[in-house]
Design a protein around this ligand. Structure first.
Ligand code: SF4
Length: 214
């Protein structure tokens, strides 16, 4: 997995700066340890999708209401429910450095956040290729909590995908995921040939796109 150092520095608040030697060396250290500790897993399933009046979205296996997501899913006939995690070993590592060396714990958090994003992007690229071979096009992933997509849809996604049993992702009563470096999301599937950026609308050049998530 090729994890962007620039993205890690951005999470650390460096913006586009190169960072100093000490920080860059710590980033490399953290990535080595994370690569050894991570056990990435993902799961996805496709369901028929219906967009109902007043921004109600019917995913077949549950319903929700979201204006932002309705816009993004316009012209989609199906939806992919998706979940991914780096596994419990990464939390052990994060916990260890929170006790031992706070400066490294902060960098480890940023590196792990970049790692789960990159892992999701890789898995989504594969789904995109599989679907494009069948003449279907994916919208970028959209996670509960993004815009007005209710955070509690995490409950529906983890339950429908049976994530505790299949990939080891659990959800607490307060909607925190364990392992902490886990993601749930949905992706629209459309027959209209719109080539979305896997990394999302934020980096996509089509600024006048009708499906752009806002
Ligand atoms: S803005 Fe780009 S990534 Fe977002 S929905 Fe439109 S084409 Fe897809």
């Amino acid at each position: 997995m090729e994890i962007s150092r620039r993205e890690i520095r951005r999470y650390l608040g460096y913006g586009g700066n190169e960072g100093d030697e000490t920080v860059n060396a710590l980033i490399e250290d953290c990535l080595k340890e994370l690569t050894a500790a991570a056990f990435p897993k993902s799961i996805s399933r496709v369901y028929p999708l219906q967009l109902l009046p007043e921004d109600v979205i019917d995913f077949t296996v549950f319903q929700t209401k979201s204006r932002n997501l309705s816009k993004n899913l316009k012209d989609c006939e199906q939806v992919i429910l998706f979940a991914a995690t780096l596994g419990a070993g990464v939390d052990v590592l994060l916990h260890k450095y929170t006790k031992l060396q706070m400066s490294k714990a902060v960098i480890m958090q940023a590196a792990a956040a970049a790692m789960i994003e990159e892992y999701c992007d890789e898995e989504n690229r594969l789904l995109k290729q599989e679907h494009e071979a069948k003449g279907l096009y994916l919208r970028p992933r959209f996670s509960p909590g993004y815009g007005d997509f209710p955070l509690d849809c995490q409950r529906d996604i983890t339950s429908v995908l049976e994530t505790p049993k299949r990939v080891g992702i659990m959800l607490t009563d307060s909607l925190l995921m364990a392992p902490s470096k886990s993601v749930t999301a949905v992706m629209g599937v459309s027959g209209k040939p719109y080539r979305c950026e896997v990394k999302g609308c934020e980096v996509c050049a089509k600024t006048d796109c009708a499906y752009r998530r806002s």
